[in-house]
Design a protein around this ligand. Structure first.
Ligand code: CP
Length: 311
């Protein structure tokens, strides 16, 4: 695979499957029931220029469970970014301090820019409205865990498809595994036309609608997303669509028994808490899977073999 993970295009389908297999074998390590210090002596830099709970903490948990250590940028307002230091200069420093780095940044394209500045592997932990490929790895892991396969599933992606980097990365990956994609959003937040066009040209089956409830019976996966207030240039535009979709347990009565509800989290009000107790709720398990997915990825980028796979 590539030396960095910037978009899902850096991975072949075979590499994705191999990473998911590695992640599966690392489950006992992520749960803390097995100690496997594969990354002892390795140092991860978590460079988060935007807020995060899951991505930052699961990177940290993954590295520490594998015996390595972590340094964090910390509060960006306490960093030299507020003195005007460029991302390029910051990443050049980090390149010397550690063995691998994750980067979250509000600017689309920032992860590629950082990768060009660094010799160490860079993992895109979310670049503006661009991509979030490590989230996609854990999403694919979760889907395969629930359904036993990725191929041919019907996946409904719901909410902010315009600015949502999680759904941008995930839709590209799902199309490569011949999934049927249902894009559900208000017109203001529709999937960007260039992404729909790329996916269609690659042979993906796509249906676009505003109707969440009509799609529920057909779906194998319902992937809810937050309407991201912070991405709207105009607060009035946000107010028009805020709270447009809210999934409740009652809405799921017509769903397939094995259908799973996912969400990259944080949720605001897209999924009612009464869904949490249903057989369909999968989002907290999904968040946990970030640890194994990121363990597998860091091992791969640092050329460390996860034991138990094919020789
Ligand atoms: N899913 C996700 O990226 O969550 P955080 O913003 O909390 O990292």
């Amino acid at each position: 695979m590539d030396d960095d993970l910037i978009t899902m295009d850096d991975l072949t389908n075979e590499e994705i499957i191999s990473l998911l297999d590695d992640a599966e074998r690392l489950l006992p390590v992520a749960h803390g029931s097995e100690y496997l210090p594969l990354l002892q002596g390795k140092l991860l830099a978590n460079m988060f220029f935007e807020p995060s709970t899951r991505t930052r903490m699961s990177f940290e948990a993954a590295m520490k469970r594998l015996g390595g250590d972590v340094i964090n940028l910390g509060d960006v307002n306490s960093s030299s970014a507020v003195k005007g230091e460029t991302l390029y200069d910051t990443m050049r420093m980090v390149d010397g301090y550690c063995d691998i780095a994750s980067l979250r940044h509000p600017r689309q394209g920032a992860a590629q820019y950082a990768a060009d500045a660094c010799a160490i592997p860079i993992m895109n932990a979310g670049d503006g409205a661009g991509h979030h490929p490590t989230q996609t790895l854990l999403d694919l892991f979760t889907i395969r865990q629930a359904h036993g396969r990725l191929e041919g599933l019907t996946v409904a992606l719901v909410g902010d498809l315009r600015y949502g980097r999680t759904v941008h990365s995930l839709s590209h990956a799902l199309a490569r595994f011949d999934c049927n994609l249902i894009f559900i959003s208000p017109s203001q937040l529709a999937m960007p036309v260039e992404i729909v066009s790329d996916l269609t040209n690659a042979g993906a089956s796509i249906f676009e609608t505003e109707d969440l409830y009509g799609a529920i019976p057909d779906a194998d996966v319902i992937y809810m997303t937050r309407i991201q207030k912070e991405r709207f240039p105009d607060e009035d535009e946000y107010t028009k669509v805020a709270g447009i979709y809210k999934l409740t347990a009652a809405d799921l009565t017509g769903a397939k028994g094995e259908m799973i509800v996912m969400h990259p989290l944080p949720r605001v009000n897209e999924i009612s808490p009464d869904v949490d107790g249903t057989r369909h709720a999968c989002y907290f398990e999904q968040a946990f899977n970030g640890v194994v997915a990121r363990m597998a990825l860091m091992c791969r980028l640092l050329d460390v073999t996860v034991p138990g796979g094919d020789a």
